[in-house]
Each structure stands twice: as C-alpha cells, then as structure tokens.
Design a protein around this ligand. Structure first.
Ligand SMILES: Cc1ncc(C[n+]2csc(CCOP(=O)(O)OP(=O)(O)O)c2C)c(N)n1
Ligand SMILES: [Mg+2]
Length: 676
C-alpha cells in the first residue's frame, strides 16, 4: 500500500476512535444525568401533554404497562374513567371527540388490551372521529426475548388509523403525542395510535433494577458484551430525556403546547363559482353530513348560516338536530326536512352536499336529478370523487372545511339576494306532512290491536317520544340519544329526533353494534362536566345490549345516570328479516330468548324495570300478571311513569327498562319504512 493510502486509513481510524471516545464521554455524562433523575418517568410527560391539549377525561381499562400514565393523569386532575372492556374506552373517546371537537383519549394495556380495542378504532376511522389511542408494550430491552405480550402493536394498527407509531425513547414522547394529535385533528379527522414500551414509560430506577441484570452466567466475552449492550440500550432510551430546556412539572411550558393544525380551505375561484350557481338556482337544496360540525365554526354560528342560506335542508350523522322545528317556525324559515330527501334529490336543480361522502347512506348518488348542478364540499378529496365514475358528477368540487365554506357563503351578498320560487319548498312540505301523517296513522292503527303480554313497539316509541318531549319543554332539559342496535333502533329513529345539534350519536359508516356503553358514558360525563341540564338515553336492541351492558357497572361507579331502553324482541331481527325471505325461511343463528336484562342491569348496580312478559325458564313459575296484561297505550303510559319516578328517585344511578316488544310489528314496519 502506498504511503498516501496508509495515511488515509490512519486518519480514518483516528477519526473513528476520536468519535467513539467522544460519544463514550457523552454517554457517561448523560448516564450521570439520568442517575440524578431516577424517579422521573414518561407517564408524567404524557399527562402534561394531555393537559396542554385541554384534555379533561381519559378512558381506559387498566394494565401494568400503562400505570405511569394513569397515575399521572389522575394526579394532574384529569378524570380517569375505567371501563369494563377496552372497546368501550375507545368508543367513549370517539364520542368525546365528536361532542367536543377536540381529540378523545383512550389508554389500553399491551397485547390483548390493544387487540380488544381494534373494532372501535376502525369505527372512529370510518366516522372521521379524531382520537388518540395509546397502548403500552413489552420493554425494548426484552424485545424478542419472550416477554409478555411482545407483539408489533404499531404494525397492527397501521390500517385502521391515520398514523401509527412506536415511541423508542423518553425524549420522543412529547413530540410524538403532539404530532399524533395534530394529525388526528387535521384534514379529515381520524384516529391515531402510539405504542409506548414499558421501559420508555417507567422511571430509569425501576427499569434498571427490574429489567437490566447486573450479572451474567454466560462466560467472557459473550456475557459481558450482552450486558454492555443492554446498558447501552437503556442509556439510549433515557438519553436526553430530562433537559433544562423544558419543565418536567409545569404543563404550561411551551414544550407541551399543541401544534398548528392543517385544515383545507376553498379557493376564491371556487367561492365565486358557488355564488353563481346559487344565484342561478330555482330549486336548491342542502344536505349536511357530520363534517359540518367540526371546528372552527361553532354549531350556533353554523345554524344561523344555514338559516340564512334558506333552502330545504336535510341533516344526517352528527348534523342531525342542527335545525329544529322550533327554530324554523320562529324564523318563519321552514326549511328543515326529514322524510322526503329522496324526492328532493330527484327534483332539485342545485344540490349542495356538505361533509357527507356519497356512499351507501345516500344511495351512492344514484337518485340525484341527472340535470341538477351539484356542489360537493368535503375535507377529503377522495370523498369528492367517490362514485363519480358511475352515479353522479359534481359541477363544483370544493376541498375545504365545510362549516367555514357554508358560513362564508351565507355572508355573500349575491347569495343573500338570490330568490327561490316557493313552489319547490311548498311541494316538499306537503309530501313531508303526508309522511308524518302516515306514521301517525300507523301508531293509531297499532293502538287498536290487542297487545297481550308483549308491547307494541310503535305505540311504545310514540309514548316514549311524548314523554321525552314533555321533559324537553317542561324541565328545559337537553336529551342526548345514543342509538345501538338494528330494527328497533331504526324504528326509534322515526319517532325520536334531536332538537339540538350533537344530541344524536350512532356508530356511522362502520355500522358497528356495541358502541352504546362507551358513547353514553362520554355523553353523560360531558353533560355533567359542562353542568348541562341533560338526560342521556341509550336505546339498545336486545342482541346488541349484550355487547356493553356490563358498562352499567361503570355508570354506577362513576355515578352517572344513563337511561337505558332495550327493545327486546328476542331476536337478531334486522338480520333475520333479510335472511329468511332470501334463504327459504331459514332463521339460523338469529333467534334469541326472552331475557331479563333489567335484572342483569340491576345486578351491576342499576335500577331495572320490566315492561311486558318474559317467558320463564324451565322449572320457574310464569309471571301470570304480565302474561295476561293487555299493554294498551294507557298501561304503557303507567309503566313509563313508574320508570320516570324511579329515575327521579335515584338521580345518580343508571336505569334499565327492558321492553318486551312484539317483533312482528317491527318487521312489518321496517319492510315499509323509508331510509331517514
Ligand atoms: C359488531 C357487529 N356484529 C354483527 C352485526 C350484524 N348485525 C346488524 S343488525 C344485527 C341485529 C341486531 O339485533 P338487535 O340488537 O336485537 O336489534 P333488532 O334488529 O332485533 O331490533 C346484527 C347482528 C353488526 N352490524 N355489528
Ligand atoms: Mg332484537
């Protein structure tokens, strides 16, 4: 080798040695600093970041891997709400996000704690609900050494979230949470996931003493090398964890502050085009989906904007209740419609669809007037193009926050000066009233049918709605409804309708049974936190009740009155109704049995009431009185009064009303019912 070559190799070696010794000294120094901060731990950093992001409640089912977060959340005044199933914790975080516009938080333990939660995460994904799920995981220093629950959590969650990441060092905890929350709330909101290993969350002292052995029985040099590697790994996890650049104690430190969100906004050109389309329309209509409820525009501001736009308006998802009959009557702008969307879509010459993807909930765009101009507004570009190759063609696609666009449009002079001939609205109103009358007639007819032993569901639901209406008016109470089930729920949705925004919660696009316990939990907690005079009603199918009835225990422990009503037809009826005619009458896997859910609820500490008769089990005596009772409108009324008395007597206890309904009547009703 030439002298030059040797010189190059020599200097490279010297450089490497220099660097190695430099980093050795650095590591030594760092290690000393870590030793001086032995008790600090990642859980506190997590809690601080939550506080800085305005989080007041976190939902969980506990596990040793996440204890540091739970303890620090409680110490910093965040409500730690412990549930009976991880899926409930995530549903509750989802509902919290939908109701507050802020990110919802769920914390679960590693392995099965996380896998149990997956359904709820995908539910939030399809519902565009921003939540942050954090799970613990096996210690990094034990990775691939057979530790408990050592699976690839972040990999597992990739397809059901907007962002899924494993945190490898204490110094990354805060930046990763901030980034994840920003992603959850930006663009199209959705769930995000972080996996934080045990040794990133616990204190150095604990990790070192419990996980990093000081001796080895393997002989030199392998044993020593592996011990040295473990030490290095440990130092890496804690290196730069506690610097002077931020406060460990004070969550107001800028280090924890939220990042700026990225919200898509319309262009000037799109706005002008929309103004012109509205100005030239004769029969415009507005369809609102959940996205319109997202911040920054608040519900009240949006309501005023929609009233100003003054066109027939149809609300779905979280936008239900944005307008109520009362608002529209008071302003003499009778623009709220529920039952005639199909007819309106067929006849309108301008359809504005805001915040609703053109999916199955609006028949994929199949029924739109082919000659209508269409303005589609959505935060998702994908949604703006959905099914445009087959069923519909938008005239104007606006990739933007929907509330801001509608709000700004309502302030446009050109839009305000537009006048629409009254005929279109008048005709829709006539059809709407006809639909309402048809529904009322079905109830009247049902009242005349004898209901021995079982309760007629139409009569029951119209009575329940009457009672709810009275409470709204007499006691000035808000009523928040959570809907979880099949046909009984579909029927209930015809009768019970929210009169204010964010007062109706259902799973959304994923059609997930089981959301009830978690959704109701979040709704009641928030109502209490905001000191609202509000009742939460949880409407269940009997099959569906089985998924989350154990959460009655959670309601009891947290002193939350949720009013549960189970429409019990002893069947998975929605599936049965569709399966039987297609498969020669087969009802396989559909029948259930009469069950005393009111006793199950009471067993968990709630107060229960049975309405109608339940068949006795073998060897038990039958409930003669209930079996022979004719459940007329009057008897139903009495039973409901009994329920309301009990509810007033125990204001902090959950109530469970098990209503034994006549399934045949629901089946007949659903066959002829139209989609709301
Ligand atoms: C998690 C989940 N499992 C299964 C289904 C399929 N499914 C849709 S409706 C329904 C029946 C619901 O039965 P029930 O709660 O008793 O209400 P009903 O239709 O009888 O009123 C089922 C099983 C689903 N949507 N979600
Ligand atoms: Mg059922």
């Amino acid at each position: 080798m030439s002298f030059k070559g040797k010189a190059v190799i020599g200097s490279l070696l010297a450089l490497t040695a220099g660097q190695a010794s430099y980093s050795y000294v650095q590591k030594k120094r760092e290690a000393t600093r870590i030793l001086n901060n032995q008790e600090k731990h990642g859980g506190k950093l997590v809690a601080n970041t939550f506080k800085a992001h305005g989080i007041t409640n976190v939902f969980t089912l506990t596990g040793g891997h996440i204890s540091p977060i739970l303890v620090e959340c409680e110490r910093s005044g965040i409500n730690v709400i412990d549930t009976r199933h991880e899926v409930t914790a995530v549903y509750a975080a989802d509902a919290m996000a939908r109701l507050t516009g802020n990110v919802g938080i769920a914390l679960v333990t590693s392995g099965p704690g996380l896998t149990n939660a997956v359904t709820a995460v995908e539910n939030a994904h399809l519902a565009e609900s921003p939540l942050l799920l954090i799970s613990g995981s096996a210690p990094l220093v034990q990775h691939n050494r057979g530790a408990l629950q050592d699976i690839d959590h972040a990999g597992l969650m990739k397809t059901v979230t907007k962002y899924s990441k494993k945190v490898f060092a204490v110094r990354d905890i805060v930046p990763e949470i901030k980034k994840a929350i920003k992603i959850a709330l930006s663009g199209v909101p959705g769930p995000v996931f972080l996996e934080i290993p045990y040794d990133v969350l616990y204190s150095y002292e604990h990790v070192k003493s419990s996980l990093v052995p000081s001796g080895t029985c393997v002989s030199f040099p392998m044993g020593n090398i592996s011990l040295w590697r473990r030490e290095c790994q440990l130092n890496d996890i804690f290196s730069n964890a506690w610097t002077d650049k931020y406060s460990y104690e004070d969550f107001n430190d800028n280090y924890y502050a939220p990042l700026k969100l990225d919200i898509p906004s319309y262009t000037r050109c799109q706005f002008k085009k929309a103004e012109n389309l509205i100005a030239n329309a004769k029969k415009p209509m507005l369809v609102l989906g959940s996205q319109v409820m997202l911040p920054p525009v608040q519900a009240e501001e949006l309501k005023q904007a929609v009233l100003k736009l003054n066109m027939p308006t149809f609300m779905s998802g979280m936008a239900r209740g944005l307008l109520s009959d009362k608002d529209t009557e008071q302003t003499s702008k009778n623009i709220q419609f529920r039952f005639v969307r199909k007819q309106a879509l067929k006849e309108a010459d301008l359809i504005i669809i805001a915040g609703l993807p053109i999916d199955f909930r609006i028949s994929f765009g199949r029924g739109f007037n082919p000659n209508a101009k269409i303005i589609a507004i959505n935060r998702s570009e994908e949604a703006l193009n959905m099914n445009t190759d087959i069923y519909w063609k938008p005239t104007l696609k606006v990739h933007s926050d929907c509330g801001s666009f509608l709000n700004d449009l309502s302030k446009s002079e050109k839009v305000n000066n537009a006048e629409f001939p009254a005929e279109f609205v008048a005709n829709l109103r006539k059809l709407e009233l006809e639909e309402k009358e048809k529904l009322a007639k079905k109830v009247t007819d049902a009242q005349n049918i004898e209901s021995i032993g079982k309760v007629n569901p139409l009569v029951f639901l119209s009575k329940l709605n009457e009672k709810i209406q009275q409470i709204r008016e007499r006691e000035q109470k808000d009523i928040i409804v959570v809907a979880d089930g099949g046909d009984f729920i579909g029927t209930a949705a015809k009768f019970i309708w929210p009169t204010k925004p964010l007062q109706w919660l259902d799973p959304g696009l994923f059609g997930t049974l089981g959301v009830g316990g978690g959704f109701a939990l979040a709704a009641k907690l928030l109502a209490n936190e905001r000191k609202l005079n509000a009742d939460v009603w949880l409407l269940y199918g009997d099959g569906t009740a089985g998924y989350s009835i154990a959460e009655v225990d959670t309601f009891v422990r947290h002193k939350l009155q949720v009013n549960i009503c189970i429409g019990n037809d002893s069947c998975w009826a929605q599936v049965c109704r569709q399966q039987k005619p297609l498969f020669n009458g087969s009802d396989v896997a559909c029948p259930l049995q009469d069950r005393h859910y009111e006793i199950v609820g009471a067993g968990y500490g709630g107060k229960g009431l049975l309405i109608g008769s339940c068949k006795p089990e073998e060897g038990e005596t039958s409930d003669k009185e209930n079996e022979e009772t004719n459940f007329t409108q009057y008897v139903i009324d009495q039973k409901l009064s009994e329920f309301f008395e009990m509810k007033n007597k125990y204001p902090n206890r959950p109530m469970i009303m098990n209503v034994m309904v006549d399934g045949g009547s629901i089946e007949k009703f659903r066959k002829t019912a139209k989609y709301i």
